[in-house]
Design a binder for this molecule. Structure first.
Ligand code: S3P
Length: 176
């Protein structure tokens, strides 16, 4: 594998973190979840960063933290946050960098709604949504804005009806 950073992108609930952990075992690279890295660096949760500093602060911090991980010369898998590729020049920057391979985990609106409804409280952008219908409508609009960024990924893998292990296995095959 010539690329030394494998970058997983996709909407919240698309399975980036779970797939990243399994892919780590499959291909033997280290793994960072960008949200976890930010929480460690700042010593606080993403939810409290959103509420105390606001989303714009969070967006600049996530780009700064991504740049730090990319500057590490060691090969690694990085799961981005759902919004990371959609701010600044991040998606172009990743696709133009020959050391990175971007993989979009593509999940349908209905499946995202079902996966995210039970855990929405811990996610600042969707915590306020009351019903699964409301959440699904929000996801539909939000995804429409984000797909133009996600669709530039080097590879796209559909995750609907797939286990994280199956998705990780497919990515491992693509990379070898
Ligand atoms: C966000 C996704 C979250 C986290 C933050 C914002 C987004 O990450 O970065 O709550 O804008 O979609 P996950 O996609 O890992 O849940």
């Amino acid at each position: 594998m010539k690329q030394n950073k494998v970058i997983l992108i996709g909407y919240m609930g698309s399975g980036k973190s779970a797939v990243g952990l399994l892919l780590k075992k499959e291909i033997g690279l280290s793994f960072w979840d960008l949200d976890d890295y930010i929480e460690k660096q700042e010593n606080t949760s993403i939810a409290s960063l959103f509420s105390s500093r606001g989303e714009l602060y969070f967006r600049s911090l996530e780009r700064k933290c991504l740049d730090q991980l990319l500057a590490d010369p060691n090969p690694m898998i990085i799961a981005l946050g759902g919004g990371t590729p959609c701010y600044y020049d991040t998606m172009d920057f990743l696709t133009q960098n020959e050391n990175t391979t971007t993989v979009y985990l593509k999940t349908s609106i209905t499946e995202l709604g079902a996966r995210l409804f039970p855990t929405r409280i811990s996610r600042p952008l969707i915590a306020h949504l009351q019903s699964e219908e409301e959440l699904t409508e929000f996801i539909g609009k939000h995804l429409f804005e984000r797909i133009p960024f996600y669709s530039h990924a080097n590879f796209t893998i559909s995750t609907d009806g797939q286990t994280s292990a199956e998705v990780a296995q497919k990515i491992a095959t693509l990379l070898t």
